[in-house]
Design a protein around this ligand. Structure first.
Ligand code: IPD
Ligand code: CA
Length: 266
């Protein structure tokens, strides 16, 4: 079985197991602080267990790097890492806001740039985005590309959750310049939607995002033809560590990147 098929099947099983849970009291149960540093909710734990059980069932030779469970060695001769954010957008999932997803990626080395496969499933409806290195990005079996054409409405995704006053002040012109700014609350799904051409640029300059939240989006955005840069506008890369936090910008073209970045105060 190809790695991408394994990740797709694992995502499908997450959807089956959590689809009726979002927004219920049961979703919120508190399991203490997870490896990623946030409270693990019952819905996070159920989703992670679904993946771990499946990978064990098929004896997939890997090490899992989960946002809640931390590092789990499924095999002692691993072929690589499964980077798992079983529920991205946990706050939305717990409240029942229909914008949350699962994000599963496979990397051969301890680097973001070694990711070969990624799957993001919109858990509000089961729709899946996926990509494998050099094979393109897909949404519901159709190949997807970032939007290169001039849009009717330019949509600028910006993650402002917990952003500092300094950062908000720097970004203020973007909000003032009549861009249609959006922030939905699940970075992985926002990256997938960007890759599908529903946004023209997606910016997260908070230096807060974890590897688990962007790993699958990394390969999906790249395979859809997007530019993926760090906060200094260098190609995005990082270690797959639990302490790693990054800023990133996903842009459909150099033109929109220059246009939006020129609005950020120095
Ligand atoms: C969160 C989401 C959210 C972002 C947070 C992440 P989680 O992931 O991606 O959009 O603003 O920084 O922690 O905790 O729901 O997996
Ligand atoms: Ca999560």
């Amino acid at each position: 079985m190809e790695v991408i098929e394994i990740l797709r099947e694992a995502s499908k099983r997450i959807y089956e197991n959590v689809k009726d849970l979002a927004g219920t009291d049961d979703a919120a149960g508190d399991f203490g602080i997870g490896a990623g540093g946030d409270v693990s909710r019952n819905i996070d734990i159920i989703a992670e267990k679904t993946v771990l059980d499946y990978l064990k069932e098929i004896d997939f030779e890997c090490v899992v790097l989960g946002e809640e469970c931390g590092r789990v060695e499924i095999s002692n001769k691993p072929k690589g890492f499964v980077i798992m954010d079983a529920i991205d957008g946990s706050a939305n999932a717990v409240r029942g806001v229909p914008f949350f997803c699962s994000s599963l990626a496979f990397a051969t080395e301890n680097k973001l740039s070694s990711i070969t496969d990624g799957v993001i499933t919109d858990l509000s409806n089961g729709e899946t985005y996926w990509a494998s290195k050099n094979k393109g990005a897909f949404f519901k079996e159709e190949q997807i590309k970032v939007r290169k054409k001039d849009p009717i409405y330019k949509i600028v995704g910006i993650n402002t959750s917990g952003a500092s006053i300094e950062l908000m002040n720097k970004m203020r012109p973007i909000f003032e310049n009549h861009n249609h700014t959006r922030h939905f609350g699940a970075n992985a799904l926002e990256m997938a939607m960007f890759a599908r051409g529903l946004m023209d640029i997606f910016i997260d300059l908070r230096e807060k995002i974890r590897i688990q939240d962007i790993a699958a989006g990394y390969v999906i955005v790249k395979e859809a033809g997007g530019l993926l840069l760090d906060g200094r506008l260098n190609p995005l890369d990082a270690d797959l560590g639990y302490d790693t936090r990054v800023s990133f910008i996903a842009a459909a073209s150099q033109e929109i990147l220059d246009e939006i970045m020129s609005q950020i105060s120095k």
